[in-house]
Write a protein of this length. Structure first.
Ligand SMILES: [Zn+2]
Length: 257
């Protein structure tokens, strides 16, 4: 069932907890962040590059902790598909998505998210439109953090999570979380570093939800997923995947005209 993060916000050096499941983007001070969160942040920011061998001993020294919490952190990161054990060769960060994986991820999102957003637009009791608009305003008016990449990812996690939270279907919400979509997408070059396009597309979705227009909300969500797919494709690990997206556009999931 959906779980809510209770991580407190703290001042000082901020490490956004990408993948946190609260209604707003969460941050935490470096001192309070667990080894799991700190290593995850290093992988997502490419401070540890994709397809790189990790040494437990080195990580323990770098983070100033013993090996046990590092081992526990790596187990969780394996669940996130950010690291992989290659026996007998040790633990490696996973490579970036390739074109085919990006397309598959977006196909699943196209199956889930337009439906989810239309459901919450038809149920006035759970309509999250106001909350979604408030999250967009929060992000749009960040003093300078928007350009730090992570802020965009944290905003995107918070925004999409609000929709699944409002649907209230625990199976669907878990399925979305298990995609770890944001963890993988935001390791690619997002091609929208200041979030301008994301804000525009999110606003179209949130306004349609707020005025309880399920068709417009679903179309705006489809548009956002296709546009995001194009943006993230510029960061693909293998060139040439881009042409495959045409298959999605002309298929049953159809691109809005
Ligand atoms: Zn989004």
């Amino acid at each position: 069932m959906p779980r809510r993060s209770s991580d407190a916000e703290a001042q000082g050096h901020q490490i956004p907890l990408i993948g946190a499941t609260s209604g707003t983007a969460n941050t935490q001070s470096a001192e309070e962040a667990t080894p799991y969160e700190r290593i995850k942040a290093m992988i997502l920011s490419n401070a540890i590059p994709p397809d790189t061998k990790l040494t437990i001993d080195q990580l323990a020294r770098d983070l100033g902790v013993s090996q046990t919490p590092i081992r526990e952190a790596l187990q969780r990161l394996e669940g996130d598909r950010l690291v992989v054990s290659k026996k007998p060769r040790g633990i490696w960060t996973t490579p970036l998505l390739d074109g085919r994986e990006l397309m598959h991820l977006m196909e699943v999102r196209l199956l889930m998210e337009p439906w989810a957003v239309s459901v919450v637009s038809t149920d006035r009791a759970v309509n999250p439109g106001r909350k979604m608009l408030a999250e967009i305003e929060r992000f749009a008016h960040l003093p300078n953090g928007r350009h730090e990449g992570y802020e965009l990812a944290s905003h995107d996690v918070a925004f999409h999570d609000m929709i699944f939270d409002a649907v209230g279907n625990g199976f669907l919400h878990d399925a979305f979380r298990h995609l770890h979509a944001h963890l993988h997408l935001f390791r690619l070059y997002p091609a929208d570093l200041d979030g301008t396009h994301t804000i525009e597309e999110h606003r179209a979705i949130a306004e349609a939800v707020h005025r309880a227009d399920p068709e417009a909300a679903a179309e705006a969500m489809r548009h956002h997923i296709f546009e995001a797919m194009d943006r993230f494709s510029s960061g693909l690990s293998t060139p040439g995947g881009h042409g495959r997206f045409h298959d999605v556009r002309t298929g049953v999931l159809r691109h809005p005209e």
